[in-house]
Structure formats: C-alpha cells, structure tokens
Design a protein around this ligand. Structure first.
Ligand code: AR6
Length: 170
C-alpha cells in the first residue's frame, strides 16, 4: 500500500481529513497552539471526550510518545488523534519519542480505518523542537511506517515551516 505525503500551509483546524492529529499535552485537557485551536473550533464535545478518557483508562494522563483518539466534534474530520510530543532538550536525545508520536498516531489511524490523516509539526511550537530536525523526524518516520493510511498531510502553520518541510522532503 502506498502512502502519499503532502505538504500544505495553513491552519490544521480548516482541513478536511478522516483524522486530524492534535499536538496535545499529557493532561489531554487543552492548551495553546494547535491544541487550543482544535478545542476552540472543534467545540466542547472534544473536551468532554478527553475528560471521559481521563476518568477511565488515562487517569494519569497520556504518556509522551503515545496517541489516543476522540471524536472530532465540529471539525471536518471523523476523529482527532491526540498525541503528546516531547519537550525539546539540548542535552538529551528525545527524538525516539517524537518519532513515536507519528508512528503511534498512524497505528491508531489504522485501528480506526482512517485513510487520510493531517499532522501538525509536533513539538515545534511551545515544546521548542527545532523545525528542521522536527521535519526530518516527521518525514523519516512516516516514510518508513507500515500503515494503510493513503494520505499523510503535513499542515504547516507558516511559510517558514512549509519551506523547511519542503527542503526536508528532498
Ligand atoms: N494549525 C497548524 N499548525 C499550527 C497551528 C494551527 N492552527 N497552531 C500552531 N501551529 P504547538 P507543541 C504550529 O505549540 O510544540 C500546547 O499548549 C506551530 O507553529 O501547537 O507540540 C499543548 O497543550 C508549531 O510549528 O505544539 C501542549 O502543552 C506546531 O504547530 C504544547 O502546546 C506545534 O506547535 C505542545 O507543544
């Protein structure tokens, strides 16, 4: 099965896809950046689903590098897949955790039967990961993943991020 990789510039909450990936935090209860935008535009159903996850299987929250799905509420998608990226560290190599976010999100997408998945550049905002390294890890991981997802779309917020992903795409 071939997976097509596409790059677009824009706001991920405006995308139409089977699943939209959220760069969440382990609380699953919202935040800034992509997370804030998804909850704002997706509406209260997503937060209600996240609270239900916290009340059931995720009492301690979602671990870094893991992923879990909820409804997409009012977004033009069937699911939001929440994943928790690592905070960038200059002294510790956490790239396996960042790679895990993409791999686990695709694994959840496969479980759901999602065929189109939109990703933000996980960890490259509030969590401080350098964009070029974040792009390399994202693209390498998706290219080598075994998945039935047909289209992986990276949605880059600004022109600079879009250009970095284009360059990393080769
Ligand atoms: N659409 C697409 N990309 C976006 C959007 C958007 N609407 N908004 C921001 N970006 P971030 P992180 C870009 O901070 O680094 C939250 O508070 C942004 O420019 O959303 O993984 C969570 O609750 C950057 O390139 O996620 C966590 O606490 C990329 O998306 C923490 O931030 C990721 O930036 C997670 O930090």
């Amino acid at each position: 099965m071939t997976t097509t990789l596409t790059l677009v510039q824009g706001d991920i909450t405006r995308q139409s896809a089977d699943a939209i990936v959220n760069a969440a935090n382990s609380s699953l209860l919202g935040g800034g950046g992509v997370d804030g935008a998804i909850h704002r535009r997706g509406g209260p159903e997503i937060l209600a689903a996240c609270r239900a996850l916290r009340a059931s299987h995720y009492g301690k929250g979602l671990a870094t590098g893991q992923a879990v799905a909820t409804t997409a509420g009012a977004l033009d998608a069937r699911w939001v897949i929440h994943t928790v990226g690592p905070v960038w560290s200059a002294t510790e190599d956490r790239s396996a955790l960042l790679s895990s976010c993409y791999r686990e999100s695709l694994r959840i997408a496969d479980e759901l039967g999602a065929r189109t998945v939109a990703f933000p550049a996980i960890s490259t905002g509030v969590y401080g990961w350098p964009m070029d390294d974040g792009a390399r890890i994202a693209l390498d991981t998706v290219r080598t993943a075994r998945t039935a997802v047909r289209e992986v779309r990276f949605v880059l917020f600004d022109d600079a991020a879009h250009r970095v992903f284009e360059a990393a795409m080769g």
